[in-house]
Design a protein around this ligand. Sequence first.
Ligand code: ADP
Ligand code: MG
Length: 392
Amino acid sequence: MSNEQPEILSFDTLDLQPETTKALEKMGFTTPTPIQMQAIPAVRDGYDVIAKAPTGTGKTCAFGIPLLECLDLNCTDVQAVVVCPTRELCLQITDDLRNLAAFRPGVHIVPVYGGQSMNTQINAMKKKPQIVVATPGRLLDLMGRRVVWLGNVYTVVLDEADEMLKMGFIRDVRKILHATPADTQVVMFSATISRDVEDVAWEYQRDAVQIEVESKGDNRPDIRQYALHSSGSQRLTDMLKIIDALDLHRVMVFCNRKSTVRQVCAQLKRQGKSADCLHGDISQGQRNQVMAGYRKGKFEILVATDVAARGIDVDDVEAVFNYDIPDENEYYLHRIGRTGRAKRHGISVTFWSVGDEFRMRDVRRRTHSDITDVTLGPDGKFVPVPTEEEAE
Ligand code: ADP
Ligand code: MG
């Protein structure tokens, strides 16, 4: 137990602009989250920031509010760029920022992402957006065609920063950062931030303010985590049993491979479940349709690869299944973090089979996760496996 004074969480103390306050009221937010309390003033004051806070604790508004409050509406150049790893997240952040800007006429926010027609995006840029939300590849493409110019950008946000600084993205992100003025504010947000990130961050940030909301107590996402020994086709049977026993209607299932995603989705449908799937080989139009359908509750189970693991915020996802153990430990946290968002309850179930014992132990240890080993009772309910001590 800590003796620290509880932090007073109030939007009043943040001295927000009336346009922001009105938007927050419209969105139904009455109290800021801890990361919002800490990050909003730092970002607004122009500091470079590296911020770590658990999944589902409102990081988008933590950078979105100061971005909007600092815009200069007399300037027609791009002033802020938000860079993120997936197309789905790009659209979601754009929506969130547009909601926050509901009372700021004249503010334009444009999403730039792969898979959408170039012409659509070139036309959108003609609106002279102040904020561009982008996946790196397409942004560089548009920069190359001189459709986007970052020479007057004063803030770059890297959402899911640790992912953006990994091998797959780092080269593109470097190019983007180099296209902005040398004194551009660089702001990084993620639920997981590794030492490597801090090293790269050090290159691009000056006197960065480090903010960390620890995942404990009230800030810990409320997710009951289970591990179930189940392999082969048994996994599907067990998943269906659990879904029926707990009467789940909003579920995400993560698989490591696209082929598994396809199979699991097809099998679920064959068993009469309403399911759809998301992975990198699906056309962009289809991907957008699937995400929109899932958000609206048009089907109950979304089966996906890790394209949907980071950042995606769908209201009230009740459960996350790890059909396979993720290849990377942090992805465990990101995947299960699709549930238990904004103080809601969630559950996660991770399937493991013989040979996975080491991986499971590693996930537990590295992510500091409290995962209960269970078997399934005949009614499909979880039965805790006695720990070694209890068994003795
Ligand atoms: P993160 O990026 O930390 O995973 P998000 O920014 O996606 O989290 O926010 C998670 C959810 O919490 C969203 O549905 C968002 O609308 C909601 N949210 C954000 N800030 C608040 C707040 N101050 N009060 C209530 N809900 C909030
Ligand atoms: Mg986020």
